[in-house]
Design a protein around this ligand. Structure first.
Ligand code: NAD
Ligand code: UGA
Length: 467
């Protein structure tokens, strides 16, 4: 059996960093080097102050503290990292293409291809190359082509090992995964490579949870898992609109259906809409792949998951405007939360960005508080949309450092992220500092509407009786 002693991971982001930190923690005999083209990111991973790591995840700082400098290293020298490794993980970003063929739908594989080319160019010994990034089904074929057509006569095996961690719970997900999926060639050499990776995970993952398949099943399973998860959120969100129209309560409905063991209770929380870097991108990618195989009915089916999500976010923004007498012009609207979910500093595709953009178009004055997202990130997210100049965004949007400051003098408060600290705010105090009538829009259904109405708020939850 091949015993792996040196691992290199290309990409020190939300996946590469935490994944490799846990691997290094659990396998002290393996030297793990995480490399990245972004030097500032590597510096941030190496700094002494563990509260300032580039990724915020509960429990991550503790894992890094134990493994960093022992067998976990963060380095800017990508070539050296690759050269010294027996196994190279590719964990780079695969965003939706913003240009050319497949624009707005297909995954941009530019960075993955660059990695493959770099591995081919600098490797001097055989390597197992592992796709950790989420990739369209059959990408491994392209990686193999690039590696096998390099000048050297080195042998490469390509594996698919998609990551299923969710942000905010990444460390627990990595320590106790529901399953680890490894896809590889079904040739004798491919099976040896699969076993080499499986034996690394076996250090902390029960054997029955390590699944092995061919490459294409593994690649497609990752896209399918995200599509199914997002579909559940869109399904319950679609029902939330019907609840508002009929007087049913979406949390009651979710509980009632979730107790059916065939349906299950997880991922049925109605919200202002799912965000995050992956659900939308991966479903768009799935839709694009289906269309490329002329499977238009299948593509239409999955595309609807995104359409409902966009509708839910827009509907939330429209509800705010309607409830404030059809105009928010010059009105202060407090946003509690900007991250796409609690316990992360990640804001990619956060519903908050789109709700803010909608309200800013109506000349609202948006004041944001998020416990983990820095001010510049919030402005960068709005600037990235290109809806208005960055000067206008800075004029219309204020970022403050407490929920109380955000809500003072506001006409309305909108909960955009379900941070625990919002549940225990002194809502009596907040009410007394707001413009009257004070309206509260709970985009995460974390607050008790009845109690807030007793204080005097006009309260609107998702999928609750409409104002
Ligand atoms: P990220 O943007 O946080 O990190 C990617 C890193 O790769 C960046 O720091 C970038 O500088 C680096 N990089 C890109 N090209 C490089 C190159 N050629 N050489 C060296 N460094 C390079 O992305 P992420 O959130 O970690 O996601 C990575 C992949 O994992 C994506 O395919 C994503 O779909 C998938 N994924 C993400 C999550 C998640 O929760 N974020 C979960 C599961 C899977
Ligand atoms: C998701 C998947 O859960 C991971 O398994 C996957 O690895 C990852 O995508 C990925 O490929 O990037 P993540 O996006 O980090 O993880 O977080 P989720 O917990 O899935 O939440 C996604 C979005 O859906 C968030 O905005 C969340 O608030 C929303 N959501 C989730 C709901 O609105 N309701 C729910 O019931 C669950």
């Amino acid at each position: 059996m091949v015993k792996i002693k040196n691992i290199c991971c290309i990409g020190a982001g939300y996946v590469g960093g935490p994944t490799m930190a846990v691997l290094a923690l659990k396998c002290p005999d393996i030297r793990v080097v995480v490399v990245d083209a972004n030097a500032a990111r590597i510096d941030a991973w190496n700094q002494d102050d563990l509260t300032q790591l580039p990724v915020y995840e509960p429990g991550l700082a503790e894992v890094v503290a134990e493994a960093r400098g022992r067998n976990l290293f963060f380095s800017k020298d990508v070539d050296q990292g690759i050269r010294e490794a027996d196994m190279v993980f590719i964990s780079v970003n695969t965003p939706t293409k913003t240009y050319g063929e497949g624009k707005g739908m297909a995954a941009d594989l530019k960075w993955v291809e660059l990695c493959a080319r770099q591995i081919a160019a600098v490797a001097t010994t055989s390597k197992i190359v592992v796709e950790k990034s989420t990739l369209p089904v059959r990408t491994a074929q392209a990686i193999k082509d690039i590696l096998h057509n390099s000048q050297s006569k080195i042998s490469f095996q390509v594996l698919s090992n998609p990551e299923f961690l969710a942000e905010g719970t990444a460390i627990q997900d990595l320590l106790r995964p529901d399953r680890v999926l490894i896809g590889g060639d079904q040739s004798p050499e491919g099976k040896v490579a699969i076993q080499a990776l499986a034996s690394i995970y076996a250090a902390w993952v029960p054997e029955e949870k390590i699944l092995t398949t061919n490459l294409w099943s593994s690649e497609l399973s990752k896209l399918t898992a995200n599509a199914f998860l997002a579909q559940r959120v869109s399904s319950i969100n679609s029902i939330s609109e019907l609840c508002e129209a009929t007087g049913a309560d979406v949390d009651d409905v979710a509980k009632a259906i979730g107790m059916d063991s065939r349906i299950g209770s997880k991922f049925l929380k109605a919200s202002v809409g799912f965000g995050g870097s992956c659900f939308k991108k991966d479903i768009l990618n799935l839709v694009y792949i289906c269309r490329s195989y002329q499977l238009h009915e299948v593509a239409d089916y999955w595309e609807q998951v995104i359409r409902i999500n966009d509708h839910q976010t827009e509907r939330f923004a429209k509800q705010i405007i309607k409830s404030l007498y059809n105009t928010v012009n010059g009105k202060k609207i407090a946003f509690l939360g900007w991250a796409f979910k609690k316990d992360t500093n990640d804001t990619r595709e956060s519903a908050a960005i789109y709700v803010a953009d909608y309200l800013l178009d109506e000349c609202a004055h948006v004041v944001v508080y998020d416990p983990k997202v820095p001010k510049e990130k919030i402005y960068a997210d709005l600037d990235f949309l290109g809806t208005r100049s960055s000067e206008e965004n800075r004029k219309l949007v204020e970022v403050v450092d407490s929920a109380y400051a955000a809500c003072a003098d506001a006409a309305a408060v909108a909960i955009l992220t379900e941070w625990d600290e919002f549940v225990v705010l002194d809502w009596n105090q907040i009410y007394s500092t707001m413009k009257q009538p004070a309206t509260l829009f709970d985009g995460r259904n974390i607050l008790n509407g009845e109690q807030l109405e007793k204080i005097g708020f006009r309260f609107q939850g998702i999928g609750k009786a409409a104002l």
